[in-house]
Design a protein around this ligand. Sequence first.
Ligand SMILES: C[S@@+](CC[C@H](N)C(=O)[O-])C[C@H]1O[C@@H](n2cnc3c(N)ncnc32)[C@H](O)[C@@H]1O
Length: 347
Amino acid sequence: MNILSILYKIKSLNELGLIKDETKNLNKKILKLSKQKNISYNLNGNKQKISKELLINELEQILQTKTIERTRYYLNRLIKSLEVQKEGKINDLNLNRWKEYNDILTDSLWLFDKRDTSGVHKADYWGNFIPQIPNQLLRRYTKRGEWVLDPFLGSGTTLIECKRLGRNGVGIELNKEVCKKAESTLHKENNPFKVTTKILTGNSARIDFKTELKNLKQKSFQFMIMHPPYWDIIKFSNQKDDLSNANSVSEFVNLFGKIAENMYPFLDKGRYCAVVIGDKYSTGEWIPLGFYVMQEMINRGFKLKSTIVKNFDQTTAKRNQKELWRYRALAGGFYIFKHEYIFLFKK
Ligand SMILES: C[S@@+](CC[C@H](N)C(=O)[O-])C[C@H]1O[C@@H](n2cnc3c(N)ncnc32)[C@H](O)[C@@H]1O
């Protein structure tokens, strides 16, 4: 079935009744293709796809119209969405087909009930983020073949997602052993788009990005994602450059700022950087690490575009002590952490 030629034929009809009859026939035919999730069609000799659900919704909207002008408007819109790719500058999403991307989040509250554990993704690195975070961000803020930087690589979640989505990625991690493990995990992930992923061992505040990029025949990155230690909540190593070993909150923020400063020149103008971070509670006080770090990014020249609140699953240890924590919260006048932040900045 060639949907486009049928739609053009419907559009050429002059009577509303006839247009509706033909649209109804087309809708019936599509509904009969029960097993198919997507409908294929031909566009200038190339095979394209549209989601069956979306196509049916659009046809039903046409069937509900009362005037021929409105009917033609919806018909034209559907034809355009099948024929014209409307791409933005920072991703591969076709804005003429935006209704198809219902799994791409656009609200500032992110609630995930479970972690993606598919393929080589594992939850075994204490302090790693769920793969859905880089997955969402890479699809919204990068195009296929672009370059991504993660200066706090940890177990390599971002680079695994880069491989899956066809983005090139550079990850930096201070801890040599952690790098080795990330390298071997990453190696097991397929590379269907033949992208480059590179892991560097070192302090992200001191990495010579110019040289490293030159080695990769690049000049800059198109997206950066930072997931620093939440100060000393988890001690990642004994190294003094490790942000989790900062002696005070101001030292922590300052070390973080140095990394942001080192990276800033290598992000293309108009492109985005995300920071994923949670707060800390210590000696009877809520320490807003998230807001301190957000302010530090602004001080270093980044423009804040969004603040996302994401639900946060408690560690197993805390979960086992749920009752105790509830008592402590009630007695101590505070709330138990259930969220963390994703700040989005634009250069
Ligand atoms: C919160 S974890 C990142 C986890 C990562 N997103 C993942 O999914 O596995 C922070 C990481 O930053 C590393 N780190 C701390 N200070 C660093 C520095 N100055 N330069 C590079 N890496 C650093 C730690 O060793 C740790 O692995």
